[in-house]
Ligand binder design. Structure first.
Ligand SMILES: O=C(O)CCC(=O)C(=O)O
Ligand SMILES: [Fe+2]
Length: 132
């Protein structure tokens, strides 16, 4: 569960991590599911020109995507490239909240044991890139 109040935000980051005990056992975070329960009344971000605009959003700057939420929305995105390394296009951030409360649920899908691993030829496919 994540909850943001005024000033709350999640700076740009990748959801995948460096190798550790968890990645050894379960694999890295191949995908992220995020559900939105409540959106703030006012949120924001900054455009590339530095002007503030009011959005309640998760942004993916490397692919130019801004997802503006409503309660009940869900998002799913991929974090790894076909070699199971951090995908540079997956960097994202939760924009700061100015007013109200944003509550969501983030679930990370680990790569080990996923059907994708054995049934789809993602190692040789560029289709994977399309989904993030
Ligand atoms: O709050 C958001 O919009 C993004 C949250 C996020 O990136 C995360 O939980 O990993
Ligand atoms: Fe994230």
């Amino acid at each position: 569960m994540i909850k943001y109040v005024r000033g709350g935000h999640y700076s740009h980051h990748f959801d995948s991590s460096r190798e550790n005990n968890d990645t050894e056992t379960y694999g890295n975070r191949i995908a992220t599911f995020m559900g939105i329960f409540t959106t703030a009344e006012e949120g924001g971000g900054k455009s590339v020109f530095g002007t503030r605009y009011h959005i309640l959003a998760t942004i993916f700057p490397n692919i130019g995507v801004t997802v503006v939420h409503s309660p009940g929305d869900a998002m799913l995105w991929f974090n790894l490239n076909p070699k199971y390394q951090t995908h540079q296009l997956s960097i994202h951030a939760g924009c700061p909240i100015y007013k109200g409360t944003k509550i969501g649920l983030t679930l990370w899908v680990r790569s080990k044991g996923q059907e994708l691993r054995s049934l789809c030829p993602i190692e040789t496919s560029s289709a994977f890139d399309y989904f993030i």
